[in-house]
Design a protein. Structure first.
Length: 122
């Protein structure tokens, strides 16, 4: 008879599906704080790997906080920002691109758009 594991892939930080957990009152209050304030959540729970210090809490720059607040408070946001500025998109994220010459609008993914740009440069 196999013993049923409570953890996903033997990781004690990840409960497997179907495990019931009763939250204490302070945990419920903490969840509400995190839901209402993404900056609070990031400052207290999001961790990154630093080459010098190992796993550490993510310390955002002011402009990153501004972006997070803008995204949280506005349903639609457009950001013009350079590379390596603390944002991330998956290659299957859909974008809408307008051809300046023809006015044609194309719905594509970031990955497809990138590949198209590479082909144009060849």
């Amino acid at each position: 008879m196999a013993i049923e594991k409570d953890f996903y892939r033997d990781n004690p930080n990840l409960k497997r599906v179907g495990i019931h957990h009763e939250f204490e009152q302070w945990q419920k209050e903490e969840l509400l704080k995190c839901k209402e304030d993404p900056i609070y959540f990031i400052r207290n729970y999001v961790k990154i790997i630093s080459l010098d210090e190992g796993i550490i809490l993510f310390n955002m720059h002011d402009y990153q906080e501004e972006m997070v607040r803008a995204f949280h408070e506005n349903r639609f946001s457009i950001v013009r920002i350079g590379r390596q500025s603390g944002k991330c998109l998956y290659e299957n994220t859909y974008i809408r691109v307008r051809n300046k010459k023809t006015g044609e609008i194309q719905n594509t993914t970031i990955g497809e758009f990138y590949e198209q740009q590479l082909q144009r440069k060849k």
